[in-house]
Structures are given as structure tokens and as C-alpha cells.
Design a binder for this molecule. Structure first.
Ligand SMILES: Cc1ncc(COP(=O)(O)O)c(C=O)c1O
Length: 474
């Protein structure tokens, strides 16, 4: 496929970008003597940069977002049709697509019933935190205001979402943080706090109970968890974990808030990650894959029981959720989300994720057999990662520079992969893959072959960083 760059001057675009755009998660010093990457086109799982280079994108827009792939004219058409009919009115009123999408979404989420719209994952989580705080104020005299989060999880970029994030390196220099957010220990069995045990999941969940008892159960309003930790290193809680978490929440009257910003909308082979584990969340947040990046939309979904708290109050002036986001009234979001969901259904993408995800894991396990540097392979569906270690016995992580080199090598060979990105000094050693839900077996092979080539060249020697890949996942 050739890209027509005649409509604009590619050199000028790159020069303007270099001079005026402040890129996310990027150290701009490298652009003093190199060009930033500027992406100009996408189709299926492929993207092209302004220099005409083609890449296979193994991370869905770098940050597990473009679930249905690039160039979906049906989503663009749906958004256009909606915008020329009715582009915006504040969410204090309803609109056609927001009502239709809410109903479709709730069909996929038995037990939940209300959809609150906003624009980003961070914001969806902020809404959840405000809901919990207001319930504490209304029902518990303000006492049950604390919110638990887990070491290694990420919940967003705003100061309060960061306050709920268990990644110390990412939080560094941005404090002081919002009070009332309390960390519970991680549940990464490969990095077990108790050595090798056969009941790791149960032990890790019991640690949450210890924190609750330490803080006082009557002070804890909610527990916020990723179903599978994403940017913190692709960590699926082991067997026994979720069942115990649910019991603990029920026992201490603690709301269970599941952050599906990454796992939501099919990434792990079910509509939502939590649906693998038989749990019943009170609040679910989602963003990225909701509209696959074709429009900015996020949702905070609750049970009717949570919603009911906002119908009455001793003081009727305070008895509702006093929150608004201007752009939640943009109809482009739900219009794109409706078309996005239709694609997932029409093309049986959940099934494809299960099949291709299993194949991806199988191929990565083969790589693990070949390279000592791979210490652990983990994930579910098209959401996987592997840890790079200096020594399989000690599990000592490699320096982050090796993950960077791998990324740069793959990119030179036309494949974009991801990695954990300065979240914890010692654990920025996880390579992340999250191809679009449309990935074929042939595309999985291209991704794994690129990794194979990169590891063959880089893993035996683990040289210091040559060039930093310009794409990072969060
Ligand atoms: C699990 C999780 N929650 C929340 C967020 C924040 O979403 P956003 O960047 O849309 O604010 C992210 C972003 O990567 C995420 O991975």
C-alpha cells in the first residue's frame, strides 16, 4: 500500500511537530538530533509514518486502544451522520446514541444498569471515586471515605487517579496526593512475597483483608482493581484470588470497583475482563476500546443499588450526583461506540481473540524455550506480556534498556511492540503485546518472528541502550 503524502509537505509536518508538539511520556532531548515519529495513516493492523515506513502495530495504537483496527469507515460514517444531525448537548439531557449505547452496553453486563458518560479512563475513575465519596457522606456520615487500590495497578493520570495508582515511579514528583487512598499488596505470583506456595491467590487476597482491618472496615468505601493489571506488567490474579476478594467486599460492605479501561470491550476474549472470574462488581469503568480511539468516550457503569443512593437525601439540594463533564455531551462518542460494538459482534471478534490469543501465548512460550532471558509469559486473550530477567533462578530483572532495545529493533523491522514504562524502577522489564482484536494467525507470526529476531541479536549480550524506541505503552 502506498501513502499519498502529496496533500501536505511531510517534512514540514515533522518539523512543526518537532518544534511545537509536546509528546506524552517522552523525553524530548532525543529529538534534538532525531525526528519524532509522526503517524499519517492506518488500515487494519498497519500504520504508516510521515517518512512512508509501514509498521504492523502489535499494541493497538501504542496503548491498547484501537481494538477493531484502523480505517473503519463504518465508524467514521456513523460519527459523521450523527454529527450533522445533532453534535452536542450537555448530558443533563439525553440524546439518541447515548441512550442506545447505554442499553446495548447493559445487555453485556448482567447485574449493572446505569451508564455515566465522560471522556477518558482517568475521568471515568474519578467519577467512580466521587460516587464512593458521596455515598460515604450520605450513608455513613462521611466515615467510609477511604478507597483501596493495589500495588502495580494504574488508574489514570489526574492527581486523584494517580493517588489511586500503585506505581511509585510514575507518581514520583507529582505529589502531594489526594488523601484517603490506601494501597494493598500486589498479586503477581511470579514475584511472590512468600516464595513458592500453592495458595498464592488466596494469600494475596487475604492481604487486602489485613489492610481493611488495620484501617478499620468502617472507614473503607471501595476497593478499586484492574481485572488484569495492564501497564503494571500484565498480571492476571491467580486462582482463588477473585472469589476471596468478592467475599471480603461482601463481608465488610465495601463496593467493588473494577477498572476495565484496558480489558473492556473484548481485549481478553470476553466483553469484560471481570467476566472470566464470576465476580459481581458494583462499579465498572471503561474507556480505550469503547470506541477504539475513533472518538473520546468513557463510561462509569453502576448497579441500580449504587444509583439509588442518588435519588434521595435529607437535603434535596444535595441528593443527586452533582457532577458534569462538558464533552460527555458530544454524540460522537456513543455513535462511534455503537458502531464499534456492532463490528465486534458482526465479526465474532471475541472468538477471534480467544483463538489468536491462545496461539500468541503458545508462540511466546516457544520463545521462552529458546531464550533464557524470558522469565515469565502471561496474559489472557490478545493481552499478553513477558518478563525479561538476567537469571531465571534469581528472577533478577534486566535493566529497562534491554526492553527499550527490543522495541527499537522490532520497530526497525516494521513491528511496533510495547513495554512497561517507568512505573517501577526495578520492573520496567515487561514486554507488552496487545494487537487489535482482528489479528490473524499470520499477523501473530510476524509479531513473534520480529521478537525472535530481536532476541537472537540482543538477548545473549544485553548491551547498553542503543536507541530508545519512540513508542511506549502505559
Ligand atoms: C487500567 C487503566 N485505567 C485507567 C487509565 C487511564 O485512562 P486515560 O489515559 O484514558 O485517562 C489507563 C490508561 O492507560 C489504564 O491502563
Amino acid at each position: 500500500m502506498t501513502i499519498n503524502l502529496n496533500e501536505y509537505d511531510a517534512k514540514q509536518v515533522v518539523a512543526n511537530d518537532r518544534k511545537h508538539v509536546w509528546h506524552h511520556l517522552s523525553q524530548h532531548k532525543v529529538y534534538e538530533d532525531s525526528d519524532p515519529m509522526v503517524i499519517v495513516k492506518g488500515a487494519g493492523m498497519r500504520v504508516w509514518d510521515a517518512k512512508g515506513n509501514e509498521y504492523l502495530d502489535a499494541v493497538s495504537g501504542a496503548v491498547w486502544t484501537v481494538n477493531v483496527g484502523y480505517g473503519r469507515t463504518e465508524i467514521a460514517d456513523a460519527v459523521r451522520d450523527q454529527l450533522v444531525t445533532m453534535n452536542y448537548f450537555a448530558q443533563t439531557a439525553g440524546n439518541v446514541v447515548a441512550a442506545q449505547y447505554a442499553a446495548k452496553l447493559i445487555e453485556k453486563m448482567p447485574g449493572l444498569s446505569r451508564v455515566y458518560y465522560s471522556n477518558s479512563g482517568s475521568e471515568a475513575n474519578e467519577k467512580a471515586f466521587k460516587i464512593v465519596r458521596q455515598i460515604a457522606a450520605k450513608k455513613y456520615g462521611g466515615k467510609k471515605y477511604k478507597i483501596l487500590f493495589r500495588e502495580r495497578d494504574y488508574h489514570g493520570t489526574t492527581i486523584t487517579a494517580l493517588s489511586a495508582t500503585g506505581q511509585y515511579e510514575r507518581k514520583n514528583q507529582y505529589g502531594p496526593f489526594t488523601p484517603g487512598f490506601i494501597e494493598v499488596p500486589h498479586c503477581c505470583e511470579y514475584r511472590s512475597q512468600w516464595g513458592e506456595v500453592d495458595d498464592y491467590g488466596l494469600r494475596a487476597a487475604n492481604e487486602i483483608e489485613k489492610v481493611i482491618l488495620r484501617e478499620g472496615a468502617d472507614t473503607i468505601g471501595a476497593l478499586c482493581l484492574e481485572p488484569i493489571t495492564a501497564g503494571g506488567g500484565v498480571i492476571e490474579p491467580p486462582e482463588g484470588y477473585w472469589q476471596r476478594v468478592q467475599e471480603i467486599c461482601n463481608k465488610y460492605d465495601i463496593l467493588l470497583h473494577i477498572d476495565e479501561v484496558v480489558c473492556g470491550l473484548g481485549r481478553t476474549g470476553t466483553w469484560f475482563g471481570y467476566q472470566h472470574y464470576g465476580i459481581k462488581p458494583d462499579i465498572v469503568t471503561m474507556a480505550k476500546g469503547v470506541a477504539s480511539g475513533y472518538a473520546a468516550i468513557s463510561c462509569t457503569v453502576t448497579t441500580e443499588a449504587v444509583f439509588d443512593h442518588f435519588k434521595e437525601d435529607d437535603d434535596p439540594r444535595m441528593g443527586y450526583f452533582r457532577d458534569i463533564s462538558t464533552f460527555a455531551g458530544c454524540t460522537a462518542g456513543p455513535a462511534a461506540a455503537l458502531a464499534n460494538m456492532k463490528i465486534i459482534e458482526d465479526e465474532n471478534l471475541l472468538e477471534n481473540v480467544q483463538v489468536q490469543g491462545a496461539y500468541l501465548l503458545e508462540r511466546l512460550h516457544q520463545l521462552m524455550g529458546k531464550y533464557q532471558v524470558i522469565g515469565d509469559v502471561r496474559g489472557k486473550g490478545l493481552f499478553v506480556g513477558f518478563e525479561l530477567v538476567k537469571d531465571r533462578e534469581t528472577k533478577e530483572p534486566v535493566d529497562e534498556s534491554l526492553a527499550m532495545q527490543l522495541g527499537a529493533h522490532c520497530m526497525k523491522n516494521g513491528v511496533i511492540i510495547g513495554r512497561t514504562n517507568r512505573s517501577f524502577k526495578e520492573y520496567n522489564n515487561v514486554v507488552c503485546l496487545s494487537p487489535a482484536l482482528i489479528a490473524t494467525r499470520a499477523e501473530i507470526d510476524i509479531i513473534v518472528d520480529a521478537l525472535d529476531n530481536a532476541l537472537a541479536e540482543l538477548a545473549p549480550n544485553q548491551q547498553p541502550v542503543i536507541e530508545e524506541a519512540k513508542v511506549a505503552v502505559n
